[in-house]
Design a protein around this ligand. Structure first.
Ligand code: G1P
Length: 289
């Protein structure tokens, strides 16, 4: 299966940080967010990945490319451990890049991959979402798709005041963690949300989604919304949701990014211990929490 990673948005919620730097390149400990996404795809056995970028996103391509100068410096300085890390990075997967010419929305970004994807089911993994899970979340969806032949989206329950930031599902349970989707709404007001079950940013879709994207009108925010195309896909073929097993970090805004940094750093095998003791000292000194 191929994966498509849309990474073309402006990252407005991070300005001025993302004026020149793609939000997908924001660091989480020692890696940019998008590297976690690519690594998750690779862990699930996906080897072919198309990243949808835009004109201000060139550093994403550079990050996954070889840097002979840096390799020479590390080699001469006998820093083999670091050398291996950056060499492995270039070998991770077969990466393809295409630019979305205008910021017309997530559905339009996914549409850019139609020729590359062809007539096969494929995964969509948002470039600003990190998961920590034993089985990769995209792999969990691939299993559901293999069992059912249907498109399936990762779902997660969120607090009521958060539904306005997500696509929200009207869905009925048809098995453990598995739902049949009845309807989807992009970023509803809390009082209009059909539930607290949200679209979590990972999808396995049949190629019929491309024709659905062709038939939608601009929706929320005047953009072509993937959620609206999924509505059409549901009418035509049916659609499932899978409440995934694992933890999700949404790097869609600054608080989400800071939370990810904290939690992943505190649990980190190398840096965790020092950070935990720093926070204990800080709290003793200043009583912050
Ligand atoms: C996108 C989707 C939304 C989904 C969310 C998950 O929104 O449009 O349906 O719930 O990702 O993170 P965005 O975060 O790009 O505004």
């Amino acid at each position: 299966m191929k994966a498509v990673i849309p990474a073309a948005g402006w990252g407005v919620r991070f300005l001025p940080l993302t004026k020149e730097q793609p939000k997908e390149m924001l660091p989480v400990i020692d890696k940019p967010v998008i590297q976690y996404v690519v690594e998750e795809a690779v862990r699930a056995g996906i080897e072919d990945i198309m990243i949808i970028t835009g004109r201000h996103k060139r550093t994403i391509e550079d990050h996954f490319d070889r840097s002979f100068e840096l390799e020479a410096v590390l080699n001469n300085g006998n820093r083999q451990e670091h050398l291996q890390k950056i060499k492995d990075l270039c070998e991770l997967a077969n990466l393809h890049f295409i630019r979305q010419k205008e910021p017309r929305g997530l559905a339009d970004a996914v549409y850019q991959a139609r020729q590359h994807v062809g007539d096969q089911p494929f995964a969509v993994m948002l470039g600003d979402t990190i998961h920590v899970s034993e089985v990769p979340v995209v792999g969990q969806l691939m299993d559901v798709h293999a069992r059912t032949g249907l498109s399936v989206i990762a779902a997660e329950r969120v607090p009521v005041d958060k539904v306005k930031d997500y696509g929200v599902l009207d869905a009925v349970s048809i098995g453990e963690r598995l739902y049949e989707v009845r309807d989807l709404v992009e970023k509803p007001r809390p009082e209009e949300a059909p539930s607290d079950l949200c679209i979590a940013g990972t999808y396995v879709l049949t190629p019929a989604i491309f024709d659905c994207i062709r038939h939608i009108e601009p929706g929320h925010n005047g953009e072509l919304q993937l959620t609206d195309a999924l509505r059409l896909l549901r009418e035509r073929e049916g659609l499932l949701a899978w409440e995934f097993i694992g933890r999700r970090y949404d790097i869609g805004d600054i608080p989400g990014w800071i939370r990810s940094q904290f939690e992943l750093a505190l649990k980190h095998p190398v840096y965790g211990k020092e950070l935990r003791s720093f926070l204990r000292d800080l709290n003793q000194r200043e009583g912050l929490f």
